[in-house]
Each structure stands twice: as C-alpha cells, then as structure tokens.
Design a protein around this ligand. Sequence first.
Ligand code: NAI
Ligand code: AKG
Length: 397
Amino acid sequence: MFKIQTLNKISPKGLEIFPRDLYEVASEFTHPDAILVRSADMNQMEIPPSVLAIARAGAGVNNIPVERCTERGIVVFNTPGANANSVKELVIAGLLIASRKIIRAVEWVRSIADEGDRVSELVEKEKSRFTGPEIKGKKLGVIGLGSIGVMVANAAVALEMEVIGYDPYISVEAAWGLSSKVQRAETLEKLIREADYITLHVPLNDDTRGMLNYEKFRMMKRGVKILNFARGGLVNNRDILKAIEEGIVDRYVTDFPEADLLQCENVIPIPHLGASTPEAEENCAIMAVQQLRDFLERGNIRNSVNFPTCQLDISGDTRILIANRNIPDMVRQITGVLGSAHINISDMINKHKGNIAYNIIDVDGDIPSEATEQLSQIEGVIMVRVLRPKEFSPLDR
Ligand SMILES: NC(=O)C1=CN([C@@H]2O[C@H](COP(=O)(O)OP(=O)(O)OC[C@H]3O[C@@H](n4cnc5c(N)ncnc54)[C@H](O)[C@@H]3O)[C@@H](O)[C@H]2O)C=CC1
Ligand SMILES: O=C(O)CCC(=O)C(=O)O
C-alpha cells in the first residue's frame, strides 16, 4: 500500500482516483510515501525519509524546499495551468475593483441602512464620490507571460485594453497562445513607465523577490494601479505604502495580505482566493494525483519542477528507477552492475535537468537485492527504487 499524506484539503474528485486497494490517504502518517499539498508551508518541515515525491496541487512551489528535495532524490510535481482560468477571472475582477471604487461604495451603502426612506435619495446624492474610470483604452502591463499571464493579457485585449507584456523567458507554447495585439516590452522598465495598470504573474524566487520596489515605483505613471495575484514577496510592502502615500500608486489589489498593509485604505486585500473555485481545485487535484500515481506505480515523471520529464512504456518484468548527479560515467557504472549480475536490460531511458539525472531501466526477470545495493553504492547515485509494474493496476482505473 502506498501512503499519501495530505497537508491541505484536497478536492475529493482527485483523491477518488487513488484505488483503495493500493493507497491509503490521510493527513497524518509517520512514514508517508508521498505528500499532497496546496499552500501549506513545508520550508521548515522535517520531511520523513520515506517520502519519494511531493505533489503541489497548484502552480507556485515557493512553499516547498525544492533544492533540499532534489538533494534527497524527492521528485516535486506541480500542476501547470490547472488553476490559470480561475486566477485570470479574479484578476479581471481586480482590474474593475481597482478602477470603480466598488468595494468602498458597497461599504458606504451598507452604512446607510438605518436611513429608511432616505436611502434612495442619499444614493443619488452621494454616488459621485465613487466615480472611477473605465478600463477600456487604458494600458495594462503584464509581468510574466506563462499560463496565467497569457490568459490575463488576452482577456484584457478582449476588454479593449492596450496590453504590454514582459517575459524574457517566455515559452514557445505561451508565445503561440498570446494575442498578436499584445505589445512586447523589451525591458521591465519600459512596461513600468507606460502602464496604467500593472499585474504580476511570475513565480517568487531569488530573482523576482521584491521586484516591485521604490526604485520601480518612482518610474511609474502617477495613479498607477497594481495587481498582485502571484505572491506577496514580489512587492516590497514598505515601498508600496510609501508610493501610495506619495500619490504614485492609486490602488494595490493583493491576494496576499499582510498586517502592515491592512491599515491602508488604498490597499484592497483578498484572502488568497486566486485558485479557490471548484473547477480549479478539481483540475489541480486530478492532475496532481494522476502524476503521483504514474510516478509511484510506473516511475514516470511529468510536470516536475526539479526532475526531468522521463516516461517509458513498460517492457520488462522489473523496473529500476535511479536518480543520480548529472556527472560523467554514471550510465556505464549502472549498466555495468546489471551486466555483472547477468541481468538483461530490455529498455532504458536517461534524462537530465540541471544537476540531476533520472533513469528508467526495464529488465527481464528479477533483480537480486545485492545488485540493488551495489547500484545504491555508486558514487553520485541519490536514489534507487525497484518496481514490479505488472503488480499494479492500469492507471486509468
Ligand atoms: N493567487 C493564486 O491563488 C495563484 C497564484 N499563482 C502564482 O502565479 C505564478 C504564475 O503562475 P503560472 O502563470 O501558472 O506560472 P507559469 O510558470 O506558467 O508562468 C510564469 C511565467 O513567469 C515568467 N518569468 C519568470 N521569471 C520572470 C521574470 N524575472 N520576469 C518576467 N517573467 C518571468 C516565466 O518565463 C513564465 O512564463 C505562480 O508561480 C504562483 O506564484 C498561481 C496560481 C494561483
Ligand atoms: O491552492 C491554492 O489555493 C493556492 C494556489 C496557488 O497559489 C498556486 O497555485 O500557486
């Protein structure tokens, strides 16, 4: 039985894909084989030695100590694109609430509930206090053109905004999906100087942390509105509060509220709702569970953030999975151990990503435990696992 530990509530539509005769799923296990997580912060967590994989039902992996996992041969998965539409829709709402003072207006109307027959009269008298501009014809700057950024950019084009995008690492697939009406910013500074609205859709990492700081706010148009549905750490809170005070930033809509932002009226805090739709929760859970099953039962890897994509149709009786440092002479040493043990390789694949390499080796017959031990002893080998895939169910079950 595989033991799957869940650190957050995961949609039952995903969990029901685990066959009950092969998997136990619970929030507490001493020796889990894999962990399923949404936003729970695992950075300070002691990850048990039994863990083979961590699946993030979502996009951002800054809550997972990815480097530490790689060193231990733990495969970390995410679910690219599975919640992108959900975030896109909330960003569109963010654009509108940043413009039209909708939230303040609603709060004000609630505050006059005791005015009885005067409510309609007061509404007409006071509504001009809540006038706000249309978004049509304004310029939206989209920083990061991945799954979410492309959808946001295209939706804004459909709403007749001018759109400028910045992503020096844009993938070919994302570029194909982007409306030809989206202008390309060669530099972040160009986007920042021109945009009336700026929306962030990049991962949080050492390169992007604090990417919107006072130096950048000083370059922006007066009255710019900032939307952050990516991660709190991308914006320097102290600097944006200063920029609001100085009238540079008119509104900051953030899905990542922190205490220091909450006293400021021009900050619109949302409690991390970007991916909180039943559709996104199901999509992410289903994708995460399918990827985990394919890995645990077959050793195949897709959508990993730290391991290469590596998949092989089953051809032998036994499947050996090996993660090793991406250094010379590893394949010779690995196949040498199997050759010395008179084990015939029926098929194999070796792929690498950065410093890590991953091998799927199908062999005829069984592999003696001494040979497995010898494989583990090769310098540079990080993880060895042996599977008998025919014992498992078809993955579409
Ligand atoms: N509010 C919420 O609930 C959610 C938030 N997110 C956040 O949004 C982020 C983006 O999500 P996806 O679009 O699905 O990811 P993605 O991986 O498809 O796109 C990220 C894009 O950012 C680009 N990028 C990376 N570094 C950059 C830089 N320095 N400057 C400009 N572009 C850069 C990449 O080239 C890529 O195209 C996630 O990492 C996550 O932090 C994602 C889903 C839900
Ligand atoms: O699971 C969630 O609600 C958060 C989603 C998210 O932030 C992400 O996918 O990066």
